[in-house]
Write a protein that binds this ligand. Structure first.
Ligand code: FE2
Length: 303
């Protein structure tokens, strides 16, 4: 059980036109979760590798069914949101509220655990590639105990915009700018105002995206490499690059091109106390979460 408190970033001296630079690289760490699914974790390896309000980012990537077939049997969450984005493969989500969702290639599941959800995510394929991401986004204190919610977003609801310099941007949350056009994604209106983009660039292509100057932002490169900001610091495959404050993100794809996630959100500046799948503000709230789960209060009606 760990405690951290981070103040919200001061934005008074951050220019809207300042281009963000690569401040810190978090290398992916091989790990496993659920019933042994192999993962590569960047954010969330420990309390020092969170980026308020982002708690964790895992990439699962395997052509070997032995790495993923055991899936994620029933388990609880409280106090934050989980976002699963499938690039390749098929998993089925079930939860105690009665939701059943098919996570197929290109789809997103946005789950707000709120005061408690018990769910499972199980592979629906016996072979082939399973590849995707799970992101955890914190909820503000006043929303941690709101009722759980679940939304399936099929690929047809996720806009894909072509970029003038080559490549595409998929807009999962927030609003992208593609050649001066505003392209809103399906997820809008959350307190943390997340921007979640999946960008694909050909070799040498330049890409720019405005972001709120005071929001925390990072890039996860999952194929190829990038040079970030005016000083062109490199970010290689399977690493998360935490960006400095600023109103603009600017990158250039490396010689092999690049595929990456760009994530930004409003920091909460609240204490974080995490115990496995429970993320609250105080130790007492974590003890309450454990007691509530053990007493079956997550799955009772009205719970
Ligand atoms: Fe989960």
């Amino acid at each position: 059980m760990t405690t951290t408190a981070r103040g919200a970033a001061s934005v008074s001296n951050v220019s809207k036109t300042a281009t963000r630079t690569l401040q810190r690289v978090i290398q992916g760490l091989a790990t496993s979760d659920g019933a042994g699914v192999k993962l590569r974790r960047t954010l969330g390896q420990g309390q020092g590798t969170r980026l308020d309000p982002f708690l964790m980012l895992d990439e699962f990537f395997s052509d070997n069914p032995g790495d993923y077939l055991a899936g994620f049997p029933a388990h609880p969450h409280r106090g934050f949101e989980t976002v699963t984005y499938m690039l390749d493969g098929h998993m089925q989500h079930q939860d105690h509220l009665g939701n059943v969702g098919e996570l197929t290639s290109g789809s997103v599941q946005w789950m707000t655990a709120g005061r408690g959800i018990v769910h499972s995510e199980m592979p629906q394929q016996a072979d082939g590639r399973m590849r995707g991401f799970q992101l955890w986004i914190n909820l503000p204190a006043r929303e941690k105990m709101k009722p759980a919610g679940y939304r399936d977003i099929p690929p047809s609801d996720i806009p894909v915009a072509a970029l003038a310099g080559g490549g595409t941007v998929k807009v999962i949350a927030g609003t992208a700018e593609a050649d001066g056009r505003q392209v809103p994604g399906p997820i809008q209106g959350l307190t943390t105002e997340p921007l979640y983009l999946d960008v694909q660039l050909p070799p040498g292509a330049r890409y720019r995206q405005p972001v709120d100057p005071g929001h925390n932002a990072f890039i996860y490169a999952y194929e190829g490499s990038l040079a970030i900001g005016a000083d062109g610091r490199p970010l290689k495959e399977r690493a998360a690059g935490v960006l400095s404050p600023g109103g603009q993100v600017e990158v250039v794809a490396g010689a092999q091109g690049a595929r990456f996630l760009l994530l930004a959100a409003r920091p909460l500046g609240e204490p974080v106390v995490q115990y496995g799948p429970f993320v609250m503000n105080t130790v007492e709230e974590i003890e309450q979460a454990i007691a509530d789960f053990q007493a079956g209060r997550f799955t009772q009606s009205g719970a």
